[in-house]
Write a protein that binds this ligand. Sequence first.
Ligand code: ADP
Ligand code: MG
Length: 727
Amino acid sequence: MSKIRFNALNETLRRAPIKVKEVKKRSSLFGENVFNKDTMRQYLTKEAFNGVMNAIEHGAKIDRKIADQAAASMKDWALSKKATHYTHWFQPLTGGTAEKHDAFFETIGDGNAIEFFGGNELVQQEPDASSFPNGGIRNTFEARGYTAWDPTSPAYIYGTTLCIPTIFVAYTGEALDNKTPLLRALHAVDKSATAICKYFDKNIKKVTASLGWEQEYFLIDTALAASRPDITLTGRTLLGHSSAKGQQLDDHYFGSIPKRALDFMRDLEQECMLLGIPVKTRHNEVAPNQFELAPIYEESNLAVDHNSLLMDVMDKVAALHHFKVLFHEKPFAGVNGSGKHNNWSLSTNTGVNLLGPGNNPMGNLQFLTFFINTIKAVCDYEELLRASIASASNDHRLGANEAPPAIMSVFIGAQLTKVLEELEGVTKGKLSPKEKTDLKLNVVGKIPDVLLDNTDRNRTSPFAFTGNKFEFRAVGSIANCAKPMTVLNTIVAKQLNDFKTEIDALIDGKGLKKDEAIFNVLREYIKASKKILFEGNGYGEAWEKEAKKRGLSNNKTTPEALKVQISDRIISLYKEMKVMTKIEVEARHEIELENYTKCIQIEGRVLGDIASNHVIPTAISYQNILIKNVTGLKEIFGSSFKKTAANQIDLIEKISEHISEINSNVKLMIKERKKANKLEGQKAAEAYCNKVKPYFDEIRYHCDKLELMIDDEQWPLTKYRELLFTR
Ligand code: ADP
Ligand code: MG
C-alpha cells in the first residue's frame, strides 16, 4: 500500500479545529501596525512630518536631517510595538518579495548597547543581493544593488520586524525591481491626465491611478500538498486523472464557505486589518476548494505592495491552519484556473473618478475623453498588454481552453456602444449650434450614471468596462500586478499626450472651440479603435478567426508574446514616457524568457521523475499481482485458464503498453531538454515551449490511464478527488 498518500489523508481527516483569533471590530484594528499619516503626525516633529508628506504628495526629495528625524521616530514607534528588527522590503524580478532583517541593536563599546536606526539606514541599504536576476545589468563582481526608501508606501510592522517598502536599483541607476518602473509610469499618467483635466477643470492638480485587485486561489491541506511532489516543486499538478465530480454542478461557486477555509480567512483578514490592507470581500470560486478575496481599491503603488504583502501573509497564516495556498493559474486540469482581475481607474485630487460617467454634459464629455482614450491606448498597444501578463503558468489560461483568451479586446456594453456610434457621426470641423446642443442633450447628456449592462455580463472579455472602471481580467493569479499596471498606465499616458497635441493643434491652428476639438478627435479615435471592441463570446475558433481578420495579435505562448517588448516601437514608447531605458527593457525581457525556460525545465524534470519513479514502479508491482493471479488461474484451470483470466491478461498487456509509452516519451523529452539547454534566450524558451512541453501531455495521458487501472490502495499520488474535495 502506498504509505505517503494514506498517511496524508489520515492526517488531513484528523485535523483538530484551529482556534480562530478573537475577532475585534475591523475598523478599530485597521492600520494598527502601519506607520501611516495619523501615526506620523503623532510621532514626527512638524518639520519632519511636512518633509515626508511633501515627498509623498509631490515627490520632493527628503533631506538628511528630515530622514534622521523620520528614522528616529519610526524606531520609537516600532519599539513601542515590540519590533526588534527592520528590513528594506522590495520586489525583485523573481516575482516575489525580498527582505533581509537587521536588528536595531548596536554596541557602543564598554560592553554597552543601544537600539539605533538612523536616516542612513532608513533611506538606503545595500543588500548583498547579487543573486537576484538582473538581466546582465549588474555584473555581480563590479557593481552593487541598492534599495531606497519609497515613502509613498508606508512602513509597517509584521511580526517583530519593521518593514520599509523600497525600490531596488543598480549602482548605475537602472531598475532591478517591479516597483521602480511602476512609479515612473504612475508619474507619467499623472502628468498627462492632469494636463487633459485642465480642459475641464483648472483646479485639478493631480490624477491618481487606482487599482483594486481580486485574488483567486486554491486551499489544499498541507499534508495532501506535501504528498504530491509536483505541487511541492511546481505549484501545480502535472498529472492526475480528473475526479468523477468536478465543478459540473456549480455547487461550490458562492456556496457557503467550508468551516476550515472560513477560519483561515478570518485570521487572515485580521492580519490584513493590522497591516492596513483593506480586504472586504471573500467568497467561494467556481472550482472546488477555490476561493477569492478582494480589497477596497487603493492608489496603485500601494495596492501593488498590498497584493505582494498579502500573498506572503496568506502563506504564513495558511501554514498555521495546515493549508497550502496555491496561487498558480492552473493547479488542476479540468477545473477552473485562477486569475487576478485588476480593476483600474483614474481619479483626481478633487475626488472625481475620470472613468465614472458624470452628472452633466461637461462631466460626461470628460468621462468620454478618458474612456475613449483608454480604448485607443489598448487598441494601439494590445500586444504589449498581452506581453505584460505572459508567464509559463498564465499560458494555461490565456490561449488554452479557458477564458479570457490570449486575444486582447475591450468590452464596453450596449449603452456605451450606442454612444460611440452616435459620436462617430459628428460633423468634421466646426459644429453647428444645433448639433452642439443635440450632442449635449441627446448623446453626452444621456449617459446614465449607472450602466445597467456593465456589471458582470461578459466574463470572457479580457478587458471590460464595468461601470466606473476598466477590469483587466487576464492578469494571472500568481503575477505581480506591477507589470500589467506599468504597461497600462504607460500606454494611457502616451495616448493622453498624443490626444493633447491633437486637441491643441485644432484649437490653435484651426480655431476650433475646445469641445468641438474634443468631439473631432474622439470621432477619429472611435473609428481607429473599432477592431479592439468586442462584445461577443471570447471562447473558441469563431473569435480567433474574426480577430485575425481584424489584425489583432493572438500570442498563445509566452515566448511568442514577449517578443513585442523589445521592438523599436515599444522601446521608444518607454523612453518617451521615461518609464524604462532600452537597457532596462532588454534586461527585463531576458529575465522573463529565462524564467519561462527555467519553469518548463523544472516541470519537465519533475514530471519525468514522477513518471519514472512513482508511476512506473507502481504499475509494475500491480502488474506482478495480476501475473501471479493469472499463473494461479492457470494452475487451477489448466489449458482453459485463458477464458477465466481474459480480463487480467488484457490489463497486463495494457499496463505494458502504457509503461512503454511513458518510458519512450520521457526519454524523448530528456533528449529535447538536452538540446534546448544548449540554446539561449528566445531560442531556448521556444525550444522548451515547442519541443519539450508537448511531451507533458503525452506522458500525462498514459500516467492518468494507469491511475484508472491500478488498485486504488497502491496508487502513490494523492488523487484529484482527494485534493479537491477534502475540506
Ligand atoms: P466584481 O468584479 O467581482 O463584480 P466589484 O466590481 O465589486 O467586484 O469590485 C471588484 C474590485 O474592484 C474591488 O477590489 C473594488 O475595490 C474595485 N473597484 C471598485 N471601484 C473601483 C474603481 N473606481 N477603481 C478601481 N477599482 C475599483
Ligand atoms: Mg471582477
